[in-house]
Design a protein around this ligand. Structure first.
Ligand code: SF4
Length: 363
């Protein structure tokens, strides 16, 4: 299928190295997530990291709430197939221990790490190891001074906080910086990131904090991140969901794929069904999506309910089904290939895709 692209010009940034990855405007937008296992449980954490990798996650963040977790990091870093980022709050010593454990990046909130002197100690140790630092500014943990002077966590207050933290690191000669500015509402996040993007060349990590459960979190993230990404702002994204982190990766690729910024896996196009549908299209579409979930091919597959839009969409896609009365037609690159009963439609479609692409699909 011929891809339609938006004209997106990425905001120019410096490049920051995260393990074997490069982060910045000259490289693809990276997808990240965060484990929600107990970091001290290295086996469970590594199993989740593996699942995230299989879903297409580029690098992963783990919470380091105490010294035991910092110790566990050594095992996690060694066993992880992905670069590991340590997420630190309140205690700068945990940041130092995480660096010793070999993490590829630190995420700190300089506002709660215990003062400028401690931030600088962390920066010095990070510089010695060539490890970048993400400054994470969240609306929920903004400095009191800024909350008072702006009357709340406004976009301007968030940007001032981020710039202040950048200046602090820059004063010690540290420039391997990534910045995130997150609010739980879309307008503040969008305004703050636009403002910040115009003021520095640091790569930006995009996310909506505490976005919500599967549906509301995916929608809020898609709107907020989508607006910014379409404007060329954002070099790595994390979709926050109150759900299994593997789902965050799926939503992240959904956002990037919709904007044609970065694709992973099969894109399914399916109609919403209506009074004309004469097959169980919801089940058919879900079945096709489930069977193709692990197939990492940049193809489009249409699953359409009737002869009104069905044949057109199915022809436009790389492969497709246009259903009729308890049956349907399978298309391959715009050509009608065969007819099948409703019961056999998915099987036939998968056979056609498998034969055409040479990819083994469980049928
Ligand atoms: Fe209805 Fe057909 Fe459109 Fe699907 S493709 S929504 S069945 S008209």
């Amino acid at each position: 299928m011929k891809e339609k692209k938006l004209q997106i010009k990425r905001r120019p940034t410096i490049t920051v190295k995260i393990g074997n990855l490069q982060l910045g405007s000259r490289y693809p937008v990276l997808v990240q997530s965060m484990t929600n296992t107990d970091t001290r449980d290295t086996r469970a954490t590594l199993a989740q990291i593996k699942a995230l990798q299989e879903a297409g996650c580029d690098f992963v963040r783990v919470a380091v709430p105490d010294r035991e977790a910092a110790k566990a990091l050594k095992v996690i870093v060694k066993g992880s197939p992905l670069p590991v980022v340590a997420d630190i709050h309140f205690n700068y010593r945990l940041a130092l221990e995480s660096l010793d454990a070999g993490v590829s990046k630190l995420r700190i909130n300089p506002g709660n790490i215990g003062g400028a002197e401690k931030v600088l100690k962390v920066a010095q140790a990070a510089r010695e190891k060539g490890v970048p630092i993400r400054i994470g500014v969240n609306s929920g943990s903004l400095e009191k001074k800024l909350l008072d002077s702006y009357g709340g966590p406004t976009a301007e207050a968030l940007v001032e906080s981020a710039l202040g933290h950048c200046n602090l690191l820059e004063d010690s000669g540290f420039r391997d910086i990534v910045v995130s500015i997150k609010a739980s509402d879309v307008p503040t996040t969008v305004t703050a990131n636009r403002l910040f993007a115009g003021k520095t060349k640091y790569p930006i990590h995009l996310g909506i904090t505490e976005a919500g459960t599967r549906l509301s979190g995916a929608v809020r993230s898609a709107v907020g991140l989508g607006i910014l990404l379409a404007e060329g702002i954002g070099d790595t994204i994390r979709v926050s969901l109150t759900a299994d982190p593997v789902e965050e990766v799926g939503v992240a690729y959904g956002i990037l794929g919709s904007l044609r910024i970065r694709r992973r896996g099969v894109e399914i196009i399916s109609c919403p069904t209506c009074g004309r549908t004469e097959v169980d299209l919801v089940t058919l579409a879900e079945d096709v999506e489930r069977r193709l979930r692990t197939v990492d091919l940049p193809i489009t597959v249409a699953v359409m309910g009737c002869v009104v839009n069905g044949p057109g969409e199915a022809r436009e896609a790389d492969f497709g089904i246009a259903a009729g009365r308890k049956s349907g037609v399978v298309f391959r690159h715009g050509e009608e290939v065969c007819k099948a009963t409703e019961k056999n439609l998915v099987k036939k479609l998968l056979e056609v895709i498998s034969t055409d692409t040479g990819i083994k699909i469980e049928i």
